[in-house]
Design a protein around this ligand. Structure first.
Ligand code: FES
Length: 153
């Protein structure tokens, strides 16, 4: 058994392998690995005796779960109309250039995942970027480097 498989099994065992704990198990695996590795979905399905397609269904339904590896930090750049007219596309370009990834991707060193969102509901302070839950208001292209520096390991 690899160390990842051992960790996955320990999480499942912690919940006594109960079907009703499916969500809690997936949340714990997501917290441990920052995504749900395919092998974890198979292990959960097998141990809980739930069809794999049902486990995958839950994993893909909730936005809190990711089937792709994610970075330690998540940068979300709002691309809604209010932010868009105030320069959000240029801010996104700057993130993409500095991180050398496109929106929806994770850097090779697994430090950053870059995402976009249609509106964060705080248009008055746009353009807005959220990093790990911290809101950065009135964003500019020039602030991108400073923000990334703060979160680099
Ligand atoms: S459009 Fe960006 S917060 Fe609403």
């Amino acid at each position: 058994m690899t160390s990842d498989q051992t960790k996955i099994q320990a999480i499942i065992d912690k919940h006594h392998g109960q079907k009703k704990s499916l969500m809690a198990i997936l949340q714990d695996i997501q917290a441990e690995f920052r995504y749900l590795p395919q092998e974890s979905l198979r292990a959960v399905a097998k141990t809980l005796d739930i069809p794999l397609i049902d486990v995958v269904g839950v994993a893909t339904f909730y936005r809190a779960f990711s089937l792709k590896p994610r970075g330690r930090h998540t940068c979300t750049v709002c691309q809604g109309t209010a932010c868009h007219v105030r320069g959000a596309p240029r801010i996104l370009d700057e993130f993409e250039q500095r991180l050398k990834i496109k929106a929806g991707e994770t850097t090779e060193d697994k430090n950053f995942t870059l995402e976009t969102v249609a509106c964060l509901g705080c248009c008055a302070i746009g353009p807005v970027v959220v990093v790990d839950g911290d809101y950065h208001a009135h964003m500019t292209v020039r602030k991108v480097g400073t923000i990334l520096k703060k979160y680099r390991k």
